[in-house]
Structures are given as C-alpha cells and as structure tokens.
Design a protein around this ligand. Structure first.
Ligand code: HEC
Ligand code: HEC
Ligand code: HEC
Length: 219
C-alpha cells in the first residue's frame, strides 16, 4: 500500500480552523469576533455611502461622466429653484436593507464589466442602447410601484389647490392603482429616450407604448 500523502494546503487550513484553540481564551476569541464584525458593518456602511454619491455614480464610469451626468445636472432633479436634489442613488438604488446591498453588488459587477467592454463608450453606442437601458429602469419602477419616487413625493401630501386640474385628475389614477408615477413621468433626470424605429413585438405590446400610438396613426 502507498504511504498516505501529506494533506493538501486547504485540508490543513480547514483542520487548523476547526480545531479548538489552545492559546486563546474564549473571551479573547469572542472579542476578536466582535471587532471583526464591527469592522465589517462600519466598512460596509462607509462603502455604501462612498459609492452612493452623485460624484461617484456620475464619474466612476467614463460613459456616465460624458453622457449621463451633464443631462442629470440640467434636469429638474439636478438643479432647480430650491436646490433640493434627488441623487442618482435616490432614484436607482433600493432604499431598504438588505435589498440595497444585493442590488449594488449586482449592478456594480454588471455595469463594471459593460464599461470595461466599452458597451456605451461613444455617443452613438450610448444612444443605441438608451432605449433598452431606460426600459430596464421603467420595468423595475413599474414592478415596485415607483417606490423610490415615493420616498420623496407623497401623493397624499400633494395639495390639489396647488396643482393643475389635469395633474389632480391624473393623480387620481395613481390612487386607484390604474397607473404608477413612471407610467406618466419619464425623462425626469435624463433626456426622454426615443423608441427605435424597428420596434420589437414585446415593446409594441405595452399598452402605453408610443409604438401603439404610432401604429394606430399609420393605419
Ligand atoms: C430625493 C427626492 C426625490 C426623488 C427620489 C424623486 N423626486 Fe421628483 N422632485 C423632487 C424635488 C425636490 C422636486 C422639485 C424641484 C423643484 O422644482 O423645486 C421634484 C420634482 C418632480 C416633478 C415636477 C417636475 C417639474 O418639471 O416641475 C415630477 C413630475 C417628479 N419630481 C417626478 C418624480 C418621479 C417620477 C420620480 C421617480 C422616478 C421622482 N420624482 C423622484 C424630489 C425627488
Ligand atoms: C396617469 C398619469 C400620472 C400618474 C400615474 C402620475 N402623474 Fe404626476 N402628473 C401627471 C400630469 C398630467 C401632471 C401635470 C403636468 C403638467 O402640468 O405639466 C403631473 C404633475 C406632477 C407633478 C408636478 C406638480 C406641479 O404642480 O408642478 C409632480 C411632482 C408629480 N406629478 C409627481 C407624481 C408622482 C410622484 C407620481 C406617483 C406617486 C405621479 N405624479 C403619478 C400625470 C401623472
Ligand atoms: C429622479 C430620478 C432619477 C435620478 C435622480 C437619476 N435617474 Fe437615471 N433614470 C431614471 C429613470 C426613470 C430612467 C429611465 C429613463 C427615463 O425615464 O429617463 C433612468 C435612466 C438611466 C440610465 C439609462 C440611460 C437613459 O438615459 O435612459 C442611466 C445610465 C442612468 N439613469 C444613470 C443615472 C445616473 C448616473 C444618475 C446620477 C447622475 C441618475 N441616473 C439620476 C431616474 C433617475
């Protein structure tokens, strides 16, 4: 029989990790665990804060500095009479934990890879992809009843006297669940995206889609 080989590095590491400590007291180990936990929690919070600013989201990717940030700054949510802003993350990232962390991790990896591949590195590429990207955002907002918009805008707090008749009438559709904010208010921080001429059947099937109107008009 061949002699038993020396266990591999991973096996030895596991053996070491799972054998009781002969050197450290339970208290010392507990303290080390608590410190490591605290560093993890604080570190995560700092990372979330740093990667949630307009400066970071607007500039981490070249494509955003060139095409996205300037449009946002000129929009009503980037600059207005009172100076109250909605930041990129206010609209794009879930506000509750742990959804916020999962979303940031997924979007960070996906966007990071796409940026490195140069998916939207030129104005032409960006415009070509804009409709698809916008639809991705709209789908998310329709799915959660425009939750992020409603972290700032509370329909019950809207004063009917101060809004136009049209707005008051339309906002009743929100209250009755017939429509959500993003069904009516698109292009609130970016240029209104244009639907490409060659329409996919899935996009045309959407009832409020421009394509339906265009198709009806063409008949
Ligand atoms: C961080 C808070 C915040 C979030 C999130 C937010 N908004 Fe706003 N929004 C504001 C503020 C503040 C104004 C008013 C700016 C001003 O005119 O002084 C505003 C203005 C508006 C207006 C009026 C635009 C105009 O031209 O007068 C609309 C419509 C609107 N928001 C829709 C939305 C929608 C839809 C979303 C979600 C996609 C959203 N908002 C998310 C804070 C927010
Ligand atoms: C069915 C369509 C519809 C839905 C759904 C809807 N709105 Fe509106 N909203 C309008 C119209 C139309 C106006 C008036 C636009 C104008 O006067 O230029 C308006 C105006 C506004 C204004 C500006 C008010 C003012 O007087 O300046 C804000 C802010 C706003 N909506 C936010 C929201 C938010 C937030 C939601 C979701 C909770 C929402 N709306 C849902 C159609 C809608
Ligand atoms: C008021 C909410 C709001 C804010 C603030 C906001 N966005 Fe958006 N964003 C949207 C919505 C809604 C869409 C979907 C298209 C549309 O309706 O404009 C979108 C679309 C996009 C797209 C797809 C391309 C496009 O133009 O449609 C990118 C990329 C993007 N946002 C990045 C950002 C970045 C980066 C910031 C901050 C500099 C930011 N957004 C700020 C709501 C917002």
């Amino acid at each position: 029989m061949a002699p038993t080989p020396k266990p591999g590095l991973i096996r030895r590491l596991f053996g070491w990790l799972f054998s009781p400590s002969a050197k450290w007291s339970v208290f010392a180990l507990l303290l080390a665990g608590l410190v490591a936990g605290a560093v993890g929690v604080v570190g995560t919070q700092v990372a979330v804060a740093v990667t949630g600013t307009n400066e970071f989201c607007g500039n981490a990717c070249h494509s955003h500095t060139k095409f996205v940030y300037p449009e946002y700054k000129a929009s009503v949510h980037g600059s207005n009479r009172t100076g109250v802003q909605a930041t990129c993350s206010d609209c794009h990232i879930p506000h509750s934990y742990p959804a916020k962390l999962f979303y940031k991790a997924e979007a960070g990896i996906r966007d990071g890879i796409a940026e490195m591949q140069g998916a939207i590195s030129t104005q032409e590429k960006f415009e070509a992809k804009r409709w698809e990207m916008a639809n991705h955002v709209w789908e998310e907002m329709r799915a959660n009843n425009s939750a992020n918009c409603r972290t700032c805008h509370t329909p019950e707090a809207m004063s009917a006297e101060k809004q136009s008749e049209d707005a008051v009438k339309q906002h009743k559709k929100f209250a009755s669940g017939k429509a959500t904010c993003i069904d009516c208010h698109t292009g609130m921080a970016h240029k209104e995206p244009e639907e490409p001429k060659a329409v996919k059947p899935a996009a045309a099937a959407s009832p409020d889609s421009q394509a339906v109107v265009q198709a009806a008009a063409a008949k």
